[in-house]
Design a protein around this ligand. Structure first.
Ligand SMILES: Cc1cc2nc3c(=O)[nH]c(=O)nc-3n(C[C@H](O)[C@H](O)[C@H](O)COP(=O)(O)OP(=O)(O)OC[C@H]3O[C@@H](n4cnc5c(N)ncnc54)[C@H](O)[C@@H]3O)c2cc1C
Length: 351
């Protein structure tokens, strides 16, 4: 693993972070890293009539995409995103880029949440990675088991000396003095994790992770808000203290039927019948020809979901952007939380 000198610092010395308006500024500390605001603190910052929002990025695949990621991250910063998260590539394929991107984001005044998985690592390796995160100032971590490489819905394949469940990662983090100030989030599953023996089992395991030291969860994406509400109720009913910690809904702005079908296939989440019927009607037998109409309806559907979530008191809207900036901004605009998307922002996709 390597830590990467920022391109703005040819000497290899990280630049002083520049406080920017809008987002909680992060004061510089020796070594040039930012002191990150805890994600769980950003959830307490809602102002009346405005729910915080955050965005998830995937690590870009190449340098050009990475450059576009910076402008996207800055755009969301200017729109007031409370934090950005960076996913951790399955099988470790994009691990180094994830770490590099997250490290650079954290040096900008952006609260950065780094996803961390157990895939392909021994406990020793994970310990070393966590210490490196601490030295980079990456104190916001989403503790995950990770998708089995090659088949996200497949059987978990552990490795010798590795950890088995996300709770093991939480316990490890809590045992390391260097990571004492880490703010830990976890995944939660509105329809239950696809490998869980039962919803009750899944609820128990989720609450156990919250009890072990996680302070909030971010849900898998869903297309039926009822599933989110039932999850929140289940967790709070199981444990009125730890189970009542914030549950951040994960929302994917819908831009095409292909992406919806892909997500349903990858995560096993439900596409409600009435939504499927609506899209089928708009597609009118020719998805290609009616792509613009499908996209328009998709953004409207996502907006309605977001409105309902806000009305139900969601603590943050976490947009799984699929690195698609434009769609998220359009939803935010519909919600009155952002100006209309303009050509100044550049590309639609940053991949
Ligand atoms: C918001 C979000 C972000 C994600 N980001 C990424 C990413 O960046 N990279 C990536 O590879 N994947 C990512 N994932 C996918 C996630 O890693 C997978 O869904 C994985 O299969 C489950 O992860 P977990 O952390 O919930 O695992 P765990 O908590 O280990 O749960 C896995 C299964 O085991 C059960 N279980 C949990 N604890 C125990 C226990 N102590 N004993 C017995 N059974 C138990 C659970 O009920 C569940 O069925 C993300 C998921 C979400 C919701």
């Amino acid at each position: 693993m390597h830590s990467d000198p920022s391109p703005e610092s040819p000497t290899g010395q990280a630049p002083e972070p520049v406080p920017a308006p809008g987002l909680p500024g992060a004061p510089g500390v020796p070594g040039g890293h930012s002191l990150q605001v805890a994600v769980s603190d950003t959830l307490k910052r809602g102002t009346p009539g405005r729910v915080p929002f955050s965005v998830e990025f995937m690590p870009p695949r190449d340098d050009a995409a990475e450059a576009r990621l910076w402008s996207a991250a800055e755009a969301f910063h200017d729109l007031g995103a409370s934090f950005v998260s960076v996913t951790y590539g399955a099988g470790g394929s994009s691990r180094q880029r994830t770490e590099r991107v997250a490290g650079k984001l954290a040096r900008k005044p952006l609260t950065t949440l780094l996803h961390m998985t157990l895939v392909g690592h021994t406990g020793e390796e994970i310990r070393a990675i966590l210490r490196e995160f601490a030295s980079l100032g990456l104190t916001n971590l989403l503790a995950l088991r990770g998708d089995p490489p090659g088949d996200p819905l497949g059987e978990w394949q552990g490795i010798e000396g590795g950890l088995v469940h996300a709770i093991d990662l939480i316990r490890l983090i809590r045992s390391l003095p260097e990571c004492a100030d880490f703010d830990i989030g976890i995944a939660s599953f509105p329809e239950g994790h696809y490998r869980a023996a039962s919803l009750e089992d899944d609820t128990r395991h989720t609450v156990e992770k919250l009890r072990a030291g996680a302070s909030y969860s971010i849900t898998q994406m869903f297309f039926n808000v009822e599933h989110y509400l039932r999850l929140r109720d289940r967790l709070a009913a199981f444990d009125p203290v730890d189970g009542a910690k914030p549950v951040i809904p994960g929302l994917m702005p819908i831009t095409s039927l292909r992406s919806v079908r892909r997500q349903v296939e990858l995560s096993g989440c439900e596409l409600p019948r009435e939504m499927e019927d609506l899209f089928t009607r708009v597609a009118a037998g020719d998805e290609r020809k009616n792509a613009a109409a499908i996209r328009k309806v998709g953004i409207e559907v996502t907006t309605r979901m977001a409105e309902r979530l806000i009305a139900e008191g969601a603590p943050d809207l976490h947009f799984m952007t699929m690195n698609n900036v434009r769609a998220t901004q359009e939803v935010l605009h519909n919600l009155g939380m952002a100006p209309a998307y303009g050509p100044g922002l550049g590309q639609d996709a940053v991949r």
